[in-house]
Every structure is written in C-alpha cells, then in structure tokens.
Write a protein that binds this ligand. Structure first.
Ligand SMILES: N[C@@]1(C(=O)O)CN(C[C@@H]2CCCCN2)C[C@@H]1CCC[B-](O)(O)O
Ligand SMILES: [Mn+2]
Ligand SMILES: [Mn+2]
Ligand SMILES: [Mn+2]
Length: 301
C-alpha cells in the first residue's frame, strides 16, 4: 500500500501569512518516517510550488480575494491528487489553507465518483460568492464542489461532482447565517459540537457513516481542518474557535475512518506555524502528524 504526500504550501485562500509553511513543518516533524513505520510505501515528490501571491496581477472578483491564483493552484492540486488516486495511491495532502480542498476533492471524485466526503471543521466552508462576508476562499470550497451559488467564471473548471447526500460535517461551531441557510435548504447532514456533546463521538461517527456510506462500500475522502480541534489542542491555526474537539475525539474520527478500510484520500489543513508561540506551533504540528498516523492505521493497542 502506497501513500503520496502532497505538500501544498499555499495561503491564498485566506489573509494570514504562514499557513503555506505548514507542509514543511509537518515533513520536518517526520511524517514520512512515521508512515513508513506503519508499513506504508511513501512517495513524496517535493512540495508543489505555487507562484508568489504578490507576483500575480489578481484583483478581487466581487469581494473574492486572489481568485485567479486560488483557481490555478487548486486546479493543479486536482490533477496531482487525481493522478495519485488513479494509480491506487492514497494522497495525503498537507496544507496550506482549506481552499485546497476544491482541488483535492475534485481529484478524488474524478476517480471515485461515488466517494463520500467527511469534513471535520469548526466551519462549514460552504459560503458562495453571494453569501461570503470575508471574500476568503478557504470559507467557500464546499459550495464550488456542490455547484451551489452564482457561477464564477474563474472557477468554471470545478465540476459539481459532489452530491449533498454524500457530504457530512463533524465539529461545526462557527457557521455564518448564510451558510446555515444553505445547510438547511440542501438538507446537508452536519454534526455540530452540540451533537458531539449529546451523542458522544463514537455515535456521531457511526451515524455520519450511516448517512453517507450506509453499505460501507463507498470510498471516503476525509478533509480535516485542524481548527476543528479545540484551540487548547491545536492553537496554531488561522481561525481558532473555542469549544472544539478534544485530542481524543479528533483521533477517534481518524481511527474509526481507517477501520472502515475505505479511506482513499486525506487532507490535513490549516496548520499555521507562524501563529502563537513556538511551543504552540510544536504542539499543533505534532497533533497534525498524529492525526495523519491515526487515519493511516496507527492504533493504540
Ligand atoms: N465563515 C468564515 C468565512 O470567512 O467564510 C468566517 N469565519 C470567521 C468569522 C469571524 C467572525 C465571527 C464569524 N466567523 C471564518 C470562516 C472561514 C473559515 C475557513 B476554514 O478553512 O478555516 O474553515
Ligand atoms: Mn505529488
Ligand atoms: Mn476549513
Ligand atoms: Mn475551519
């Protein structure tokens, strides 16, 4: 079994510098050796370099920031991830901000059209060009993947390959009003921290899988935004929100998804080693590596 580490040093979907350094820090922390230790053959063809944001003439479209750069980068990521998936390799995409998921999930769905997406995040990342208040495209990838909202020519390459009944969220606790309406209007299954408290993470993962993968026969793309975790667990991230998943709840999700044997692609997003003090950075990077190990088969016994 082969996994391909796709390092995506990219920050164009959001305004805070540093998240583009996430991949190198995860690599330096030893993620490759970690996965080899779990028996994986690990391919790492280097970090996918992207033009410097400042070097591109990329005025906003409406209020969307860096639209041409984000589109170009995510389209190239779609090809990279698609190629790895087509070869039967498990791409582990290291971000970089969560706009990259427009690329990773397009890549996965191009090979596995019946795949389901499990989105672990404090946020729904489902704003459209009409509903976004920030214009930060890391808050929008899911709407493009579902084909919701007004067309944005720059992103016409993103095909609406994802179906609303193949998407489920766990960890939500900071969802914009416009996003709440989109989730309701489209009957999208979402387990907020309220449901995690109410049912416990074990039951939540079971119900989530029953919803998007009732026969446990569909490939799974797990897209993990480290800000789903409580800021005390993963402090170095761009949009922290209190009241998040514990260290164990985050790891349980990854362990349970691995146990299904259906994982075909993983994203580990929004680690920003420029935020908070060095101890916090070290902690966040270590948690990121640990989550990846758990999603790729590390067990406690
Ligand atoms: N919905 C958001 C957007 O900018 O669209 C607004 N939110 C920040 C905002 C601050 C003020 C109180 C309400 N929340 C961040 C989120 C995107 C997160 C992207 B992710 O990849 O980190 O999940
Ligand atoms: Mn590659
Ligand atoms: Mn996110
Ligand atoms: Mn988030």
């Amino acid at each position: 079994k082969t996994t391909a580490i796709v390092g995506c040093p990219f920050s164009g979907g959001q305004p805070k510098a540093g998240v583009d350094q996430g991949p190198i820090r995860l690599i330096e922390a030893g993620i490759i050796k970690d996965l080899e230790g779990l028996g994986w053959k690990v391919k790492f063809d280097g970090h996918h370099q992207f033009e410097d944001i400042s070097a591109t003439n990329d005025p906003p479209i409406g209020i969307l920031k860096n639209p041409r750069l984000v589109s170009r980068v995510t389209q190239s990521v779609a090809k990279v991830v698609g190629d790895h998936v087509a070869k039967g390799e498990l791409p582990v995409t290291l971000g970089g901000d969560h706009s990259l998921a427009m690329g990773t999930i397009s890549g996965t769905l191009s090979k596995y059209p019946d795949a389901c997406v499990i989105w672990i995040d404090a946020h729904a990342d489902i704003n459209t060009a009409e509903t976004t208040k920030s214009g930060n495209i890391h808050g929008m990838p899911v709407s493009f993947l579902l084909g919701l909202g007004p067309k944005v020519d720059e992103f016409s390459w993103v095909k609406p390959l994802l179906r609303t009944d193949r998407l489920v969220y766990i960890g939500l606790r900071d969802v914009d009003a416009g996003e709440k309406k989109i989730l309701r209007d489209n009957n999208i299954k979402a387990f907020s921290m309220h449901e995690v408290d109410k049912y416990g993470i074990g039951k939540v993962v079971e119900i989530a899988l029953d919803h998007v993968n009732p026969g446990r026969d569909r490939p799974i793309h797990l897209s993990f935004d480290v800000d789903a975790l409580d800021p005390s667990v993963a402090p170095s991230t761009g949009t922290p929100v209190r009241g998040g998943l514990t260290f164990r709840e985050g790891h349980y999700i990854c362990e349970a998804i691995y146990e299904t044997g259906l994982l075909v692609a993983l994203d580990l997003m929004e680690v920003n080693p420029s935020l908070a003090d060095q101890a916090s950075v070290k902690q966040t990077v270590a948690v990121g590596c640990s989550l990846v190990r758990s999603a790729l088969g590390e067990t406690l016994l």
